[in-house]
Design a protein around this ligand. Sequence first.
Ligand code: NAP
Length: 305
Amino acid sequence: MATHTSKNNSRIALITGGTKGIGFAVARQLAEKGIEVLIGSRDEIKGETAAEQLASENLPVTYILIDVTNHSTIDLAVTEVANAYGRLDILINNSSLCLKEPRPSELTLDMIRQHFEVNFFGTFAVTKAFLPLLRQSSAGRIVNVSSDLGSFYFHETSRESKLQCGYSTSKVALNMFTHQLAKDLKGTRIKVNACIPGSLTTTELTAHHSHSIEIATKSIIFLATLSDDGPTGKFFGQDCEEDKCFLKLSSLEPIRVLVTQFSRKSSFSSITNVGSIHQQVDYIKKQYEALDILINNTIIAFQIV
Ligand SMILES: NC(=O)c1ccc[n+]([C@@H]2O[C@H](COP(=O)([O-])OP(=O)(O)OC[C@H]3O[C@@H](n4cnc5c(N)ncnc54)[C@H](OP(=O)(O)O)[C@@H]3O)[C@@H](O)[C@H]2O)c1
């Protein structure tokens, strides 16, 4: 992390993936409000350049190395923020990966994993690591930058819904993490929310129509600067209204039929073992020729103590 512009009482915000696009615009706007901003970047040159650009406008911005998929950079960043400030007030989980995807039926496990590594596991790891410093804040705010593609409601109702299964499922997981963490932290001074930013053309895959920067960043700024009586555990649209993300879940019909037969007659030992999956596919081909319904029923659950 470069030298800090100040160690005064201003609020401290960290934005992952803040060197460009929506993250960079959010960095500027928070800094313009007098908030001290740490631009997180996995690339030193991009990070330094972005921070210097804003610092040259007299904005309180510095760069911090953070690759959300690399635990040692996350740990180092936590140590640096702890040593410099002893707390973190605002964490904006903005980093994301959005690859050009084939149809869901042709999606590879590797591609879906890549999306989860950045968009979900990366966000989870960064949030977990910074939680002790957020607890030191008098008003901790966590903003998980999600997407309309992470909304069931959007996919069911919008003509702009796309087949982008890896990206979409990683954002759905992020929304549920937001909800769960907020419940866990209820009664603390930390608020956790997710939001859909406005559209901004940042890559060939993102929005085909761009909003203004103000609209693109509106929901993120709103949640980063929430007052103490503001909401927690919610998913907001770009207009800062609560999105109907989870409401439509109930419209999924219950599925029954083949799952009992499928599991009873088989010896499906491990869904994390590729060899075992192939064996199972061969077995079903031989026995039944086809599979009508696949219910992914396996879970792993730990008791929280
Ligand atoms: N743009 C839109 O219209 C739109 C719509 C809905 C939701 N969103 C969401 O809004 C957020 C910002 O979107 P954007 O379009 O501004 O994104 P973007 O321009 O693609 O920027 C993504 C940022 O994430 C960083 N990043 C990627 N992998 C990383 C890693 N492993 N560790 C740390 N940083 C990493 C990138 O860094 P590098 O420069 O090093 O690659 C980049 O700074 C994302 O969460 C996106 O899902 C955007």
